[in-house]
Design a protein around this ligand. Structure first.
Ligand code: PMP
Length: 418
């Protein structure tokens, strides 16, 4: 008998995250430096308790919060979120790009990424991604049958020369007609920790604009700023919205990392022509993100609890990053290199070429035997037919592990490498 599954149902592969979680579960006591979870002890327990009590002790507010909301999201939180992005960018209150009616609240920024992909892409379409990129996004692309082209990275973001080469190539083969957007994880990137400079964002937008004629439609820049709030060093870099002479920027971020991953509310700002299409698709998905959780956030932002919590969190992550850095210096053999992040939750490590890091490598097996888990870098590279995937990198997270576990975990991994 044939399978009853749809093409998408058949095509969608098991995401590497499931395999990593399974490996962790099979080895109780393993120290996971792989998980993208945030720091448990600093989750806003008291803030959430207070806010929930405030909402639920008032019958009118409580009942409204326990009722369905709207597809686009709670008006107060939409306005507050748009204002936060605008303030971070130093833009004027009248700037059309930050108007709340362009902002959608979603179930995590993950849902926003999915909705935008569904609104813009058909199977066979092309998207440009960083090399490496956020591996869960690669799952969305794979599931939808998209063709990814990977753009090389430099310390301040994608290599514009390479972007131009790839755009030229797409033009010559005609595939430019299927190119929909460039996806950038622009702040303390997952997985490399790299932050894209404003000059690179502006340069990328300018290049995309030049190829629109050949494409015959707009080519967007999808800026994923999931870690923007978690800056602990370096300057605040403005978003691509500020660089845009064109209105081609789609901007997304989340309350997951700066507040609580368990609340799982994300958001996105859209160019005007995309608001209704994405909203209609969200209507079919869920006709609105959990209303109570949006109310919790609206209250946390209004009362100042959110800002205070985030300020403390940045100090906390700076300290954890410092612990991981010291442990790396102490325990990793010479020849192994890493980039130091200025925010976010990740260190990206490069091993010598002969020391492979993939899921079937000796190192990975040895690490699991030593009871420590990392994300093999190979998961973060798109299936680009033009280049072979590098297999000598790995991602380490200082998000969820305790300071003691970070130290022990790195010591074990150093032993496995040696
Ligand atoms: N983008 C990036 C780069 C991420 O790392 C994550 C979470 N790991 C997300 C988006 C999605 O997060 P959420 O859905 O919780 O907002």
């Amino acid at each position: 008998m044939n399978s009853a599954l749809s093409i998408l149902g058949q095509r969608t592969k098991e995401p590497p995250i499931s395999w990593l979680m399974k490996t962790a579960l099979e080895h109780p006591g393993i120290i996971s430096l792989a998980a993208g979870f945030t720091d448990n002890p600093s989750l806003p327990l008291q803030e959430a308790r207070e806010v929930l009590a405030e909402i639920l002790s008032n019958p009118q507010r409580g009942q409204a919060a326990l009722q369905y909301g709207s597809t686009a999201g709670d008006p107060e939180l939409r306005a507050a979120t748009a204002a936060l992005i605008r303030a971070a960018d130093g833009a004027a209150a009248t700037d059309a790009r930050y108007q709340p009616d362009r902002l959608l609240l979603t179930h995590g920024s993950q849902q926003f990424l999915y909705l935008v992909t569904e609104a813009l892409c058909d199977s066979g379409d092309v998207v440009l991604v960083e090399d490496p990129t956020y591996f869960v996004y690669l799952g969305i692309a794979q599931s939808h049958g998209l063709r990814c082209r990977a753009i090389q990275m430099e310390p301040d973001g994608i290599r514009l020369k390479h972007l131009e080469t790839v755009l030229d190539d797409l033009k010559h083969t005609g595939a430019i007609k299927r190119l929909k957007f460039l996806y950038l994880v622009s702040y303390y990137q997952n997985p490399t920790g790299t932050t894209t400079s404003l000059a690179k964002k502006a340069g990328a937008l300018e290049l995309l604009r030049r190829y629109e004629k050949a494409a015959g439609h707009p080519i967007y820049l999808l800026e994923d700023a999931a870690y923007r709030g978690l800056r602990f060093a370096g300057p605040e870099v403005p978003s691509a919205l500020t660089a845009a002479k064109t209105a081609r920027v789609i901007y997304t971020s989340t309350y997951s990392k700066p507040f609580a991953t368990g609340i799982r509310v994300g958001y996105g700002l859209l160019p005007p022509e995309l608001v209704a299409p994405v909203l209609r698709i969200k209507g079919n998905h869920d006709f609105g993100t959990a209303h109570l959780l949006q109310k919790v956030l609206a209250d946390a932002v209004r009362s100042g609890r959110y800002a205070r919590h985030l300020a403390a969190l940045r100090i906390r992550y700076a300290a954890k990053a410092a612990v991981m850095k010291q442990a790396l210096e102490r325990h990793f053999p010479t020849g192994v290199a890493w980039d130091e992040p200025q925010g976010g939750m990740y260190f990206w490590v490069r091993t010598p070429k002969q020391l492979r890091t993939g899921p079937n490598s000796k190192l990975f097996k040895r690490a699991v035997a030593e009871n420590v888990l990392y994300v093999p870098g190979v998961f973060c590279h798109a299936d680009d037919p033009i280049r072979k995937k590098p297999d000598h990198t790995l991602r380490l997270s200082f998000g969820s592990a305790s300071e003691a576990d970070i130290q022990t975990g790195i010591e074990r991994l150093g032993r496995a490498m040696a």
